[in-house]
Design a protein. Structure first.
Length: 149
């Protein structure tokens, strides 16, 4: 027979309250991030979608690269221990890893093209808005090919 005294009833209420609070917090956090997303989407939704896709492709290849490298490590160790006939597999993995590396670099370039970095004043290093033609602090002309930093 279960007897609930006042104290355990209070504890249960606190637990329930905590649960509701957590859910409420999650809902508001979700709403917040939705709001932020909507604001950015107002600008260029297709670029955002594309960037997200590219980043997924990058992380997919990065994971593949990690797998390749760890497999290569195993193969090298097996060779060291005297196992033979692994050269073809090592070669295949080396080539595939290099291809992945190239692809990752290309994907990063695509992301950078979609998300141009705001310019930094070459003279006083002030971070400027993306559309700035002149530095608003020192008046230096900002050229479009101004390297960042
Ligand atoms: Zn400046």
């Amino acid at each position: 027979m279960l007897i609930l005294n006042d104290q355990s009833m209070k504890n249960m209420n606190i637990l329930r309250g905590g649960g509701i609070l957590t859910i409420f917090k999650k809902v508001t956090e979700g709403a917040k991030s939705l709001g932020e997303g909507a604001r950015t989407i107002g600008k260029k939704s297709s670029d955002l979608v594309e960037t997200t896709k590219l980043k997924m492709e990058i992380s997919k290849r990065e994971k593949e690269m990690e797998n390749n490298l760890s497999a290569l490590g195993n193969l090298v160790f097996m060779q060291y221990k005297g196992e033979e006939g692994l050269e073809d597999e090592v070669d295949r993995l080396l080539q595939s890893t290099r291809e992945l590396e190239t692809e990752i670099a290309e994907l990063h370039e695509q992301v950078a093209r979609l998300n141009p970095k705001p310019p930094t004043c070459p003279s006083c290093k002030t971070q400027l808005p993306l559309v700035a033609k002149f530095c608003y602090i020192c008046g230096t002309k900002i050229t479009s090919d101004n390297p960042e930093g």
